[in-house]
Design a binder for this molecule. Structure first.
Ligand code: NHR
Ligand code: GAR
Length: 225
């Protein structure tokens, strides 16, 4: 594995479609997925990793009597791969302060809402119930504040009057699979940073909604900031 690539460890709990998008993109990008870790041994994403010849490991939270013990085991397993970035991709366990501090400024999460709206679960139904005209996805740095770390990028979709939560989830997921590899490649290129007062791109502080990725810019990556 070439030294020029940023080594990432991806944490999952489920299907792993974002993991798959990252694996696919990595073959032509500046990062490599060096390990996949799940808290759930049934996560289908573990099979995706194995198919791609990537080490797939399980740290089952049920085997640890405290969150701190689980977090410490996770750190030990991850550190064996010496990654530069930890990528949460549908990872469903809250990470404690010790974990967050250990990888300070080096953990990203993808969340299916336009943060700060709808932290937590059921985001698509909640956007529908609120009558929102826009919905979308956010990528943010992970801090101790759940779904509250600085946003790096968002992509929006229009909500149609006929939409169901499942339809919204499908359209948001399609955006997720584009935005996440893109943000990870920015981090890998050394363009993204987090400090006490927010997220930075090329030394410029990002606004609250992060970099908004416009459809035209996705077509023409040269025009991206
Ligand atoms: N950890 C920290 N410290 N900060 C964040 O922003 C985090 C995090 C861990 C995961 C993902 C997140 C999301 O995008 C995430 C962000 C799980 C829960 C949760 O309540 C909440 C938010 C997120 C992930 N988990 C339950 C718990 O007790 C378990 C739920 C389950 O197993 O189904 O850990 O939404
Ligand atoms: C994605 O939609 C992701 O945004 C969301 O779970 C899905 C995982 O799908 N994440 C959260 O809700 C985080 N709590 P995937 O396993 O197919 O990538």
């Amino acid at each position: 594995m070439e030294k020029t690539h940023c080594h990432i460890v991806v944490l999952i709990s489920g299907n792993g479609t974002n993991l798959q998008a990252l694996i696919n993109a990595s073959t032509t990008s500046n990062f490599r997925v060096v390990a996949v870790v799940s808290n759930n041994h049934e996560a289908f994403g573990l099979q995706r990793a194995t198919v791609a010849d990537i080490p797939a490991l399980v740290v089952d939270h049920d085997n640890y009597s405290s969150r701190q013990d689980f977090d410490r085991k996770l750190i030990e397993v991850i550190d064996a791969f010496d990654p530069e970035l930890i990528v949460l991709a549908g990872f469903m366990r809250i990470l404690g302060p010790e974990f967050v501090q250990h990888y300070q400024g080096r953990i990203l999460n993808i969340h299916p809402s336009l943060l700060p709206a709808y932290t937590g679960v059921n985001t698509h139904q909640r956007a529908l119930d609120a009558g929102d005209k826009e919905h979308g996805v956010s990528v943010h740095f992970v801090t101790d504040e759940l779904d509250g770390g600085p946003v790096v990028a968002q992509e929006k979709i229009a909500v149609l009057t006929t939409d169901t939560a499942a339809q919204l989830a499908t359209r948001v997921a399609a955006k997720e699979h584009i935005i996440y590899p893109k943000v990870v490649s920015w981090f890998a290129a050394g363009r993204l940073h987090m400090d006490a007062d927010g997220a930075y791109m090329d030394h410029d502080k990002l606004p609250a909604g992060g970099v908004e990725i416009h459809p035209a810019a996705v077509q023409d990556s040269i025009r991206l900031p």
